[in-house]
Design a protein around this ligand. Structure first.
Ligand code: G3H
Ligand code: 13P
Ligand code: ZN
Length: 315
């Protein structure tokens, strides 16, 4: 058993009108919770790590814990760098054994994004590793880069085709109205599905058959988790995510990878706050971290059945 790339996962997901869940990982309990949820539904999964998560946990720990998860569950698991900021960080992750890297040049000028993405694609492909890139700007905070609402911009479909052609990138993250973090919409939630369909149609016409699209900023921000955080001492106000039905619709279209971090953060925080508050005399971390791990299992199971549709994707 070894880590796999996302190539076959995406081929199957596109054809089967579902998405693979890409969950951000930072520690052992998060990894175990995610893969246990996936195991129960026979679902392939992407475990992804941001630059700050690498700094927090160390790439060696991440890599070895994820390999342990592969060995223990027998699942198809891809280990992915999320929002890679530079060639050097992508290269370092490939050297550590990651099977997929994202280069995020969405904040760069278009030509610079193409040049840098292509440099990484050439390096990664020579080693059998796949690359994700981003075109268009998502609002919100992503790995130390903060994009204000006014500076967000949706992906241009013609540029998307040109970008894929000139970089050879394996999957493309697009901006269609999602954003990172827990505060995605002030008013009504809205995604530009027409744009998503146009991007796919244009890619298809240009010869990119079943080209996989990635959706970042795709947490639903479960209001029960927010309420639990607040009931047990938290202060999270006005948090709002992407409605489950919209994510399900995106999964049935060309979106093959759905990124979720905020939902895990909220589930962990709610469980830890509740556990500590209900047992004020307890001080064994296995109590509250174990509670968090159990709630991640439940969260991931719900994502597979209600959002992703990736049940039995291991078949
Ligand atoms: O999109 C970014 C992810 O939520 C990772 O966030 O850089 O705080 O680990 P982080
Ligand atoms: P959320 O903040 O919506 O969970 O998005 C996470 C993400 O896109 C990681 O790359
Ligand atoms: Zn992201």
């Amino acid at each position: 058993m070894a880590l796999v790339t996302t190539k076959k996962m995406f081929e199957k997901a596109f054809k089967g009108h579902y998405s693979i869940g890409a969950f951000n990982i930072n520690n052992m309990e998060i990894i175990q919770g995610i893969v246990e949820g996936c195991k129960k539904h026979n679902s392939a999964v992407i475990l992804q790590v941001s630059k700050s998560a690498l700094k927090y946990a160390h790439p060696l720990y991440i890599k070895n814990m994820v390999e342990a998860a592969v060995e223990e569950t027998g699942l198809d698991i891809a280990l992915h760098l999320d929002h890679g900021p530079s060639f050097e960080v992508c290269k370092e992750c490939i050297e550590y054994g990651f099977t997929s890297v994202m280069f995020d040049g969405s904040h760069l000028d278009y030509e610079e994004n193409i040049a840098k993405t292509k440099e990484i694609v050439d390096y990664a492909h020579a080693k059998g590793i796949v690359v994700e890139a981003e075109l268009g700007k998502l609002e919100g905070v992503e790995d130390e880069v903060k994009v204000a609402a006014g500076n967000a911009s949706y992906t241009d479909p013609d540029q998307a085709v040109d970008f894929v052609k000139r970089t050879g990138v394996d999957s493309l993250a697009v901006a269609i109205g999602t954003s990172h973090g827990a505060y995605k919409f002030k008013g009504e939630a809205k995604l530009d599905f027409e744009r998503l369909q146009t991007i796919t149609d244009k890619l298809e016409s240009a010869g990119y058959h079943n080209y996989p699209i990635v959706l970042h900023g795709a947490s639903s921000v479960d209001q029960k988790s927010v309420a639990t955080c607040n009931e047990f001492g938290g202060n999270i106000k006005g948090a709002k995510g992407i409605p489950v039905e919209m994510l399900r619709k995106a999964s049935s279209m060309a979106v093959c990878k759905i990124n979720m971090d905020t939902d895990i953060r909220l589930a962990v925080t709610a469980a830890v706050r509740k556990s500590l508050s209900e047992k004020p005399d307890a001080f064994d971390p296995r109590g509250y971290l174990g509670a968090a791990r159990e709630d991640i299992v439940t969260l991931v199971e719900k994502k597979i059945t209600d959002v992703l549709g990736s049940e039995d994707s291991m078949k």
